[in-house]
Design a protein around this ligand. Sequence first.
Ligand SMILES: Cc1cc2nc3c(=O)[nH]c(=O)nc-3n(C[C@H](O)[C@H](O)[C@H](O)COP(=O)(O)OP(=O)(O)OC[C@H]3O[C@@H](n4cnc5c(N)ncnc54)[C@H](O)[C@@H]3O)c2cc1C
Length: 346
Amino acid sequence: MAIHGYDTGNPVLRYSKALGLETKLLPASSGTLFTKDGPIDSNLATKIRGNLNAAMSHMNNVVSQSSSSDTSPVADILLSPSSQLYAGLSESDKPKATALARALEIGWGIPLEEAAAHWSGWASGVAFAGSDGIIVGGYGKLAASLRSAAESTGKATFTLSSRISKVTLIDDTIECRTSDGTTFLGRATLSTIPLGTLKMLPQDFFDPPLPVRKVSAVSRAAVGVLEKLGLLYDSSWWDHAAGPFTILLESGTVLAFPISSSPPCLHVLVPHGLVGLPAHEIHDILAQAIAPGKIVPQPSKVLSSNWKNDDLSYGATSSPIKVGEGRSPLDFAEVARPAWSGLLGF
Ligand SMILES: Cc1cc2nc3c(=O)[nH]c(=O)nc-3n(C[C@H](O)[C@H](O)[C@H](O)COP(=O)(O)OP(=O)(O)OC[C@H]3O[C@@H](n4cnc5c(N)ncnc54)[C@H](O)[C@@H]3O)c2cc1C
């Protein structure tokens, strides 16, 4: 996991340093674009990437100048025949540009057809971006260090693997009850239950119930689908320096990061359209694209997420605003607002 906006002020960098953790800036690399049968000519790849950037900034400018909450999906603008996405491309290269645009769906977790163009670029303008860094040894070190720092104050304790099944306001106290019947009492509670799970909680999970305005914002805000796959090999079969590898397919774009050469490991982001495909088929897609015509080793170990079906997440990504139902970024503000006179935070 990366620290996005490493050199543009992401406070995680400051916290990491204060906790004595080693961090480093990752080299900026856009990597290599592939079709299913091999690498794309580098001039064409540069052209398609430039077209996508131009088409996105054009769309973001146009929608930010529009006063009405137009209900067009991103696909209608970005993939329209007159889009800058296709400027100067031959008919045979246009599908490659479409597939690269669909790479946006990896992070969004929803199809371009469902994302509201009106709010396109609204969040990215305030998000940390531009440069990525890492905590050497993994992001888990930050969580572990924060935990020890909190425990060393003598004021914090951590209880893990304990599922909250009910949160009740009793006078000025909040009771959190776990599924094994243990109760925790507090003057205030901060719920970090993910949005996907929040959507599926029984109505009486919070007692008194959450305000209807909040419940409807929770139901309107979208959670997208994305899964991760770790493919480990006994020997490396790719050019580490050429990564990350972006494979443009009709059914969705796959992004593979060569995160380690010892052991050789590809870290793959599987977009919503390809979720459910067995790991060996994803491996075959990568092998055919990155090393066409070559025999490559099969993965010796596979690690995969299942966030879509996991009842502790029910999805993975905070999606852009979807079209319809009067949705707007205000939904996220409403979801994040405290309830119960400020005693129950989100
Ligand atoms: C594929 C992917 C890549 C990402 N990459 C980056 C990155 O590079 N950099 C970055 O900064 N961010 C990244 N993110 C985003 C980052 O992971 C999230 O913003 C972050 O994990 C959110 O933290 P959280 O504590 O709010 O929620 P979560 O991490 O979702 O934690 C919520 C916890 O609540 C638990 N829970 C659910 N229900 C209950 C219950 N009833 N009782 C008790 N516990 C419960 C869940 O098990 C979970 O452990 C990425 C996300 C994804 C999906």
